[in-house]
Design a protein around this ligand. Structure first.
Ligand code: C2O
Ligand code: CU
Ligand code: CU
Length: 485
């Protein structure tokens, strides 16, 4: 049964269908945090120098005016400092772990040797880990976050995540909006109890929906505002939430242009007025604030969307925490108050030369079954993660098709380390999203869907993981090892 049908049957009026915050408050007695757009957006600082340190440490901080958070932070900031590098750069970063629990950093979207990739078996509790690798891949909006087994969710939630921006000549030549016209935005939902941001997943949160909250933070600030001028801006949006999917749109359905995703620029820009973005995914978009918005303001929202039912037990979607997946939210407000117009930029027809693999290049098609097993939670090919067990073996240089088959009632954003892939297709009627015309590293597999992706394993030989990027699912074992031989 679809969620909307369910709502109708339990007797909410038509207004509840389009005004979902009401729905949340009806279901669990909590009121949704209305976006008030009172606080200015914060922009992450940048980590500079070739030889730098990321120091993770705990502290109690304030979020906005009203909430306290027992945080973990990289270099005393939330989000962590952005790393900005060029293709070809050799990167040396020391990770100092002072949070009193095991951790390791993963550079999500970067293709690096296995011992540089933040495999959970490299997690450590005290001291530091030295990373050194050369960036040999396309420009893109990547990110970094911890990756210890079972506790990635709480560490990211408490603040450990940051952007990792890679630039190259091809991108440079496009003259995309930059400087103050290029804005990284990490969107994260948080749950509050009293005046505190808490992480206390129940068993259904862990085993079913993942941990959903109803306070939306952008770059660590609750539903902020930001002043812009009438012209093009480049928004690099990261869904850094543990479990929540956003259906990005502007309040009045003003179109925007998708230019890139997980693995960098798309072949061509694509105009749309909404875009689903699951945990771990990135959307690089251009917005022209000079046209299509009323009253000098543009509100970025997440529009209500349906989570398709996974069959007989579809109602489980409704029975988790009450902070339901698919609900509509305000995210932030752009105030079109500045005078600088940035009119020199023209949207090119062609963005990037993308050489995508052909289906006929693939040696194998590998089914990856995603199941829900009573008492265990979500499994990959029937099993929970084990640190040293090799689940999939591939040969270096081979191209394979992996088919993710979601037999559960929950969305699973599936992420594969050490590769970028192309989404070939998905069953059902959703089709491909604008972001799925380019290189991806994370793909949303809705209940009942089968999604086929193609990828070539060119990374250095060794052991890597793939997993669901719903962090509660991942922590509960929805992860597997693959070995490149
Ligand atoms: Cu963003 Cu394996 O993770
Ligand atoms: Cu990753
Ligand atoms: Cu999942």
């Amino acid at each position: 049964m679809k969620r909307k049908d369910f709502i109708k049957r339990i007797g909410f009026g038509a207004s509840a269908i389009t005004f979902s915050p009401l729905l949340i408050s009806c279901l669990d007695g909590n009121s949704v945090q209305k976006g008030d757009f009172q606080l200015p957006l914060a922009l992450p600082s940048e980590l500079t120098g070739t030889n730098s340190t990321l120091n993770a440490s705990p502290s109690n901080i304030q979020i906005g005016d009203s909430y306290s958070l027992s945080a973990f932070q990289f270099n005393d900031s939330i989000p962590g400092p952005s790393i900005r590098k060029k293709r070809g750069d050799t990167v040396q970063i020391r990770f100092e772990n002072n949070i009193g629990q095991e951790s390791i950093i993963h550079w999500h979207g970067l293709i690096v040797p296995p011992d540089m990739d933040g495999h959970p078996r490299d997690a450590f509790t005290e001291g530091s880990y030295d990373y050194e690798y050369t960036i040999n891949q396309r420009a893109g909006t990547y990110w970094y976050h911890p990756h210890p087994h079972r506790i990635t969710g709480p560490q990211v939630y408490r603040g450990l995540a940051g952007f990792y921006l890679v630039e190259d000549g091809e991108e440079q030549a496009l003259n995309l909006p930059s400087g103050q016209h290029e804005i990284p935005l990490v969107i994260q939902d948080r749950r509050i109890s009293g005046n505190e941001i808490v992480y206390n997943p129940s068993i259904p949160d862990r085993m079913m929906s993942g941990f959903l909250g109803d306070l939306i933070l952008v770059n660590g600030v609750p539903t902020p505002f930001h002043d812009v001028g009438p012209g093009y801006y480049r928004l690099r949006i990261l869904n850094g939430s543990n479990a929540r999917i956003y259906n990005l749109a502007f309040e009045n359905d003003t179109p925007f242009t998708v230019i890139g995703t997980d693995g960098g620029l798309l072949p061509k820009p694509i105009e749309t007025n909404e875009l689903l973005l699951a945990p771990g995914e990135r959307a690089d978009i251009l917005v022209d604030f000079s046209t299509g918005f009323d009253q000098d303001r543009a509100r970025l929202i997440s529009k209500l969307f349906d989570v398709p039912s996974g069959g007989m037990m579809g109602m489980q979607n409704m029975m988790g925490s009450g902070y339901e997946q698919g609900t509509g939210f305000s995210i932030m407000e752009f105030r079109i108050t500045k005078s600088d117009a940035n009119t020199s930029f023209e949207l090119p027809e062609q963005l990037s030369k993308v050489e995508l693999p052909k289906e006929s290049d693939a040696r194998t098609t590998r089914p990856i079954q995603l199941d829900m097993q009573m008492g265990q939670g979500h499994t990959i090919n029937g099993r929970l993660f084990e640190m040293e067990r090799v689940d999939v073996e591939v040969n270096q240089g081979d191209t394979e098709i992996w088919e993710f088959i979601n037999n559960t009632n929950f969305p699973h954003p599936m992420h594969v380390h050490a590769v970028h892939f192309k989404v070939l297709g998905r069953s059902g009627n959703r089709g491909l999203l604008p972001t799925e015309t380019g290189w991806k590293d994370t793909v949303l597999v809705m209940p009942s869907e089968r999604v086929r992706v193609i990828m070539k394993f060119d990374a250095p030989k060794g052991l890597y993981v793939f997993h669901c990027h719903n962090l509660e699912h991942e922590d509960a074992g929805m992860m597997a090892n693959f070995q490149i031989h």
